[in-house]
Design a protein around this ligand. Structure first.
Ligand code: URA
Length: 298
């Protein structure tokens, strides 16, 4: 292998690393120490060069952004930092998270089937996560099942395949289901957020709020008898509890769909169980509760 082949391979590996870490936009050739620079901001190049989607096909279209909007719209948010007011959400340059959530709610009401909802999501540009994800991750399993599992957000494996719970967490979820005699033909599986947050960070409260009307409509259309919320974000979003998952788990919460009340059981997320295997005993208790509920005994 020549030196230039080596260099090219290193460059590609470095690009892959940065894209995987959530950095999806090329801003400049040289790094800048913004903290030691004078007050006056440097002009920002007019048109961003997108890194992430280029690997798998054409980048989604959206109007060019300028200056601070461009930087804030394209760099991933981290942790709990409040969103800057100038941030642009999705294609509509004026859309704020609240407006995007309102738009999502109005559109979600219009669809009558799960297929229509999936198509709506595929064309919805109001959530910034869409622009860094490779694929929409809508659902897996049996939409006619009476049991629905709801996780948090897709990871790298799910983003690649376009289906929820495909990676290590998914394998563990499958084993947990098998332990009570279930597989994915007996359950419908989805997440509260259908696009992978860059670098596997948690979805922000704004992103969850924008996607919430869609998961609510998905529940309405799938019409399960029982929901299992996997982990704290799914539990808090679906049940409205503020309790942490170790307190909330093992309990049934009422979930209203029109006149109907569905029961939602909170349990630990498989990803947490992979990190804390001793806690599997708690999840096992919850899954036995789930089995009893399916058998009409709880
Ligand atoms: N974790 C989730 O919450 N959902 C997935 O689909 C995969 C991992």
């Amino acid at each position: 292998m020549s030196q230039s082949d080596d260099r090219q391979r290193d460059l590609i590996a470095s690009l892959d690393f940065h894209v995987e870490a959530g950095l999806d936009l090329f801003l400049d050739e040289a790094p800048h120490d913004r903290f030691s620079e004078a007050e006056a901001p440097e002009p920002v190049p007019a048109a961003p060069v997108r890194l992430a989607p280029a690997r798998d096909g054409p980048a989604p279209q959206r109007p060019p952004l300028r200056g601070a909007d461009m930087v804030l719209a394209d760099l991933p948010e981290r942790g709990a930092a409040p969103p800057p007011p100038a941030r642009t959400f999705g294609q509509s340059a004026s859309a704020k998270p609240g407006e995007a959530a309102g738009d999502a709610r109005a559109r979600a009401r219009e669809v009558q089937t799960l297929e229509e909802l999936e198509a709506l999501l595929a064309g919805f540009d109001g959530c910034p996560l869409k622009f860094t994800a490779k694929n929409l991750v809508f659902a897996d399993g049996n939409p006619a099942a009476k049991l629905m599992f709801i996780g948090e957000a897709p990871g790298a494996d799910e983003d690649r395949v376009g289906k929820p719970f495909m990676g290590r967490s998914g394998k563990l979820l499958d084993r947990m289901m098998a332990a009570i005699g279930l597989d994915r033909t007996a359950a419908y599986v989805t997440n509260i957020v259908p696009w992978r947050p860059p670098g596997n960070r948690n979805p922000t409260p704004q992103e969850v709020a924008i996607c919430r009307p869609f998961i609510e409509r998905q529940i309405e259309l799938a019409d399960p008898d029982l929901i299992v919320c996997l982990g704290s974000p799914a539990t808090q979003t679906i049940t409205g509890t503020k309790d942490g998952i170790l307190k909330a788990r093992g309990r049934f919460y009422p979930y209203r769909v029109g006149m109907r009340e569905i029961r939602a059981l909170a349990t630990l997320h498989p990803a947490y169980l992979l990190r804390q295997p001793l806690q599997k005993r708690l999840a096992w208790r919850d899954f036995r509760t789930l089995r009893a509920a399916l058998d009409g005994k709880a």
